[in-house]
Design a protein around this ligand. Structure first.
Ligand SMILES: [Zn+2]
Length: 506
């Protein structure tokens, strides 16, 4: 009885570890047939070691180890090296190999001392060899730390070189100071997401089910990441969100720690030198060091990555996000002491039960919109001719305003309900004030690429520009927030083989 319990005690953690490892490999896009074969070998190994008799009377643990264990070991190493390995693992891998050698040496030494014959001498000799190898590997591990770091630094220096060139390219804008409030959309690269995660909220992409589907459904699209620069005559240059930073896009595995690296994809973000936040600001006539305040709609890394360049800025965000929503703390390393949490004590704002009139002059109002993250907020900015509403990730695109037809993946339960409440409040705000224009963080439609971009080229859209954007909204959405024909998103698979799909609107 005890023996069986002991075996079950071994079986459960072994299966749990194997499952996590298989999930990681699937996230890294290892094909399902390959994973199936590898998974069967893993099960065979575990079963064969725990109950060798089950597989036949001649099957011994030693044979299981040789015929199943060795292929599993080699396969694991090969899979790790192809989809997980990053050069910064090298010191750790050498140290692990060294430790294994030393453990082998100690065991051989202890067993060798028990015998005075030839075999004892052989074991002592083996112990010496293993011990020597262990020490050499340990030394190599220490020595490799320097070169590995140097290699990363060189790669980042190459990026710096490309960025400098992008900053100097012709066509930069001269800064105008005429007392107008200005807003500039900043396209900071793209992020690769599954189509269902972005558009499939009504087709079962919710809660655990949604996360499981990201493992199986690899229909992926690229969507833009937008931050916004505000130049305010009274309050100076400020940002709404900061996009991703250069390292996230170009040194993904080096930037993220082991766990995050295992659970995200290497090509999660894409960014050209010209899309770097610092380059964008320079070409608009601003220095990144001038930014006084960042309004962070939420903590997710595609919004907080650029904080690495803004150590001087006050970072305004909802306390609930800081307490419960931070996934990757290192993006905040340089601004941890500059965080400012609004009290949301300026009273109700339309249908929003709470708000924060941040400067006390009505120029910028923070509106809590939890759901996408525990402390998500939207930002309403008064322009000279109307207002803009920065959506963050409450609604990804203009078509997401049709909440009964298009929805992003939600966490489920109370969070999904909050997310929908926030969306309804936004609908009511837009319905009640035709002078408010929504600006999105990931809109991948013509609204963002053509209209918003051209309307805000100079930062000041004017009353006619804002009206034009609202008019376009009416061609996409009915007053009841339904999509008009020709605007329902649909996934179009890539013409051949794997790769990114496209979104078509029908
Ligand atoms: Zn986002």
């Amino acid at each position: 009885m005890l023996k069986i319990l002991g075996k079950i005690g071994l079986l459960v953690p072994a299966l749990a570890t194997a499952t996590v490892w298989l999930v990681v490999l699937r996230l890294k896009n290892v094909p399902v047939p390959l994973l199936g074969a590898y998974g069967l070998l893993l099960i065979g190994l575990v079963a064969g070691l725990l109950w060798p008799g089950v597989l036949g009377r001649r099957v011994t643990r030693r044979r299981v180890l040789t015929f199943v264990g060795v292929p599993v070991g080699l396969g694991t190493l090969a899979l790790y090296l192809t989809v997980v390995y990053h050069v910064k693992d090298l010191p750790m891998l050498l140290a692990l190999a060294g430790a294994a050698c030393l453990a082998g040496a100690v065991s051989a030494l202890l067993r060798g001392r028990r015998r005075a014959d030839d075999q004892g001498t052989r074991r002592t000799r083996r112990a010496l060899l293993l011990g020597g190898a262990g020490l050499v590997l340990g030394m190599l591990s220490g020595l490799s730390i320097g070169p590995v770091e140097r290699q990363r630094r060189e790669m980042l220096a190459r990026g710096e070189h490309e960025r400098q060139a992008a900053m100097r390219a012709p066509g930069a804008r001269r800064r105008i100071t005429d007392g107008a409030v200005r807003v500039f959309p900043i396209h900071i690269g793209d992020t690769i997401v599954t189509y269902g995660q972005f558009y499939g909220g009504l087709d079962g992409w919710e809660g655990l089910n949604g996360y499981l589907r990201t493992l199986v459904d690899k229909a992926q699209i690229a969507v833009p990441v937008y931050a916004y620069l505000i130049d305010h005559p009274r309050h100076g240059p400020m940002l709404v969100d900061t996009g991703v930073n250069w390292e996230q896009a170009h040194d993904h595995d080096g930037y993220y720690d082991m766990t995050s690296r295992l659970l995200t994809e290497r090509d999660e973000y894409r960014m050209s030198p010209g899309q770097d936040l610092r380059v964008h600001l320079a070409r608009l006539g601003y220095d990144v060091k001038e930014i006084t305040t960042v309004f962070l709609t939420h903590v997710h890394d595609d919004h907080a990555g650029g904080l690495r360049y803004l150590p001087q800025a006050t970072v305004v965000m909802d306390r609930r996000d800081w307490k419960h929503g931070v996934l990757y703390p290192y993006s905040f390393d340089l601004v941890k002491d500059n965080l400012s949490f609004p009290a949301f004590d300026s009273g109700a704002f339309g249908t929003f039960p709470a708000s924060q009139d941040y400067f006390g002059d009505g120029s910028l109002v923070l509106l809590p919109t939890p759901g996408h993250s525990p402390g998500h907020m939207c930002v309403l900015l008064r322009l000279d001719t109307g207002s803009v509403l920065f959506m963050g990730d409450t609604l990804y695109t203009l078509s997401h305003l049709a909440t009964g037809q298009v929805r992003q993946m939600t966490i489920g339960g109370a969070d999904t309900i909050r997310q929908l409440e926030a969306a309804q409040r936004i609908q009511q705000l837009l319905s009640s004030d035709p002078g408010v224009v929504p600006l999105f963080a990931h809109d991948n439609t013509r609204y963002q690429f053509d209209l918003v971009t051209s309307t805000f080229t100079d930062g000041t859209p004017g009353a006619a520009g804002l009206w034009e954007l609202r008019r376009h909204m009416q061609t996409v959405l009915t007053p009841e927030w339904r999509l008009r024909p020709g605007h329902t998103p649909r996934f179009v698979a890539p013409a051949s083989g794997p790769g990114l799909g496209k979104v078509e609107f029908r």
